[in-house]
Design a protein around this ligand. Structure first.
Ligand SMILES: [Ca+2]
Ligand SMILES: [Ca+2]
Ligand SMILES: [Ca+2]
Ligand SMILES: [Ca+2]
Length: 328
């Protein structure tokens, strides 16, 4: 199970490289001087504010047997959204990305309803924003970035939408990428979920803030299935994988104990044109919900779940042109 070369590759180079890393990152990040309150261009693109009564227009689960035959229009593969509660009100917020400028923005939500937006930092070219979690445990969600060219990871420590400081995280072994960030061993520190797109294997890197502690292999994903989120769906205190089949739009929960696969269950099937891109508890009932996204219309929707069972749907805000809920 353990491959020492892989597990040790979490380069414990932080002590020697942190000074260089911080200056190197800071000098090239091309960040705005300040975060400005969003203009009209950062308001929802929909006609009116959404409410939870929009059930009749929100997408509903597809019949899996029909979906498998009818869905061939996939425009989203191997991509996912990042969410975090940036104003500590208990409601998950969207992180938007501008594909041209690489700027990010936070959209504060109350459940599925847009409240206000704020510009966040711009991601440097060559890096991707792959996760949002509170790495230094100061109650502010932070950005986790990955550079597929150098295999480096970095943490951007945030205060609300404002980048405060940066640090390198562990450098990943060749062939592996950062996929999600969540606490898998219950020590309060978010961990990395890594993915190897050649073998489809996953791995957990347990961290203390940005420091590598140890690694463990997780389950290997079936072909066509993508890991788009992590949450505790059955409420047993262990984080579970949320998978989306980019070919037939089925979803599945993989229940884990730490990094060990226990069992799987299908969730609702996503309609054509939409993709499952993230999970979080939007209505505060303790059960993680789906964020589904239509990249053509930039419409978002929340699917409320009870464990893996679809309960109801509501439209969320639609994003302005040029902005996306998922990374490039
Ligand atoms: Ca919030
Ligand atoms: Ca933090
Ligand atoms: Ca669980
Ligand atoms: Ca919920």
């Amino acid at each position: 199970m353990q491959r020492p070369g892989f597990l040790r590759a979490g380069s414990i180079i932080f002590a020697s490289s942190v000074a260089l890393g911080l200056s190197a990152l800071a000098s090239n990040m091309n960040l705005p001087e300040q975060n400005t309150v969003s203009s009209n261009a950062l308001q929802p693109g929909g006609t009116t504010e959404q409410t939870q009564t929009d059930l009749q227009t929100a997408p509903q689960p597809a019949d899996p047997s029909e979906a498998a035959a009818g869905i061939g229009d996939d425009v989203l593969t191997e991509t996912w959204a990042t969410l975090g509660d940036f104003n500590s009100d208990g409601h998950p917020d969207y992180v938007l990305r501008n594909g041209s400028t690489l700027q990010t923005a936070i959209w504060y939500l109350n459940n599925n309803v847009f409240i206000t937006g704020a510009l966040g930092p711009s991601i440097r070219a060559g890096w991707s924003l792959d996760g949002v979690a509170d790495f230094n445990r100061n109650a502010h969600p932070d950005y986790a970035l990955f550079n597929p060219g150098t295999d480096q990871t970095a943490i951007w420590y945030m205060s609300g939408p404002t980048r405060v400081s940066t640090a390198f995280g562990s450098t990943l072994p060749d062939g592996w990428e950062l996929r999600q960030t969540a606490d898998f061993n219950g020590d309060g520190f978010p961990d990395y979920v890594l993915f190897n797109s050649t073998s489809n294997q996953t791995a957990i890197w347990y961290l203390n803030n940005n420091l590598y502690v140890r690694g463990a292999f997780g389950p290997t994903l079936p072909v066509n299935w993508s890991l788009v989120g992590v949450a505790d769906f059955d409420g047993n205190g262990h984080r579970d994988y949320v998978l989306f089949n980019v070919s037939n739009h089925q979803t599945a929960i993989w229940y884990l104990s730490g990094s060990t696969f226990i069992r799987g269950a299908f969730g609702p099937t996503i309609p054509s044109g939409w993709a499952l891109v993230a999970t979080a508890d939007f209505n505060g009932d303790g059960h993680p919900d789906y964020v589904v996204y239509n990249p053509a219309t930039r419409q978002t929707a929340i699917w409320y779940l009870f464990n893996n069972i679809f309960v109801s749907a509501a439209l969320g805000p639609s994003l302005p042109a040029g902005w996306s809920l998922v990374g490039p």
